[in-house]
Design a protein around this ligand. Structure first.
Ligand code: ZN
Length: 167
């Protein structure tokens, strides 16, 4: 089973900074979810969405959800089978991590979603020819496509297809 470990980030002058998501789900799910969050709960307020996803949860995420107003706190008594956002910094856990950036070790992260006014830029860790896990060289991020916030469903589907089955 793949958990699709991912990073949700915002762009900055050096590259990007964001938070990891342990079990993000496949890209078609994440793209749909982020698009919903932008138009629905955050009412097109990108800054509020970035603050919630990146600034306010310095421990990063176990999983994402569709309702940012619900309790996101980790619960030691219910670690599995929960719906919605679960973070590592509220509730029973109090983790604080440095932001994940272009310089972070991406060994255990496969997908990168950079959210900006332009939409969602989707990248995948590219290991090149190296399949040696003892190789300390971090992977490059290969940009696969951008989904605009106002792209229509047909265009989003085209992009999602190209992302999930890259040439
Ligand atoms: Zn938190």
């Amino acid at each position: 089973m793949s958990y699709y470990p991912s990073v949700i980030a915002r762009p900055n002058s050096a590259g990007f900074a964001g938070r990891t998501v342990h079990t993000a789900g496949p890209p078609e799910y994440v793209i749909g979810l982020l698009t919903w969050l932008y138009h629905g709960p955050f009412g097109r307020d990108l800054d509020a969405m970035q603050r919630f996803l990146i600034n306010e949860h310095p421990g990063g995420w176990s999983q994402l959800g569709d309702d940012p107003t619900a309790d996101t706190g980790w619960n030691n008594d219910k670690q599995f089978g929960r719906d919605g956002f679960v973070c590592y910094c509220h509730g029973d856990r109090h983790k604080t991590l440095a932001p994940f950036t272009q310089d972070s070790d991406a060994t255990f992260v496969d997908w990168l979603y950079v959210i900006s006014a332009d939409g969602i830029d989707v990248s995948q860790a590219d290991w090149g020819d190296s399949e040696d896990f003892n190789d300390d060289t971090p992977p490059a991020w290969r940009h696969l496509g951008r989904v605009g916030w106002d792209d229509d469903a047909a265009r989003i589907k085209t992009i999602v297809r190209s992302v999930t089955s890259p040439a």
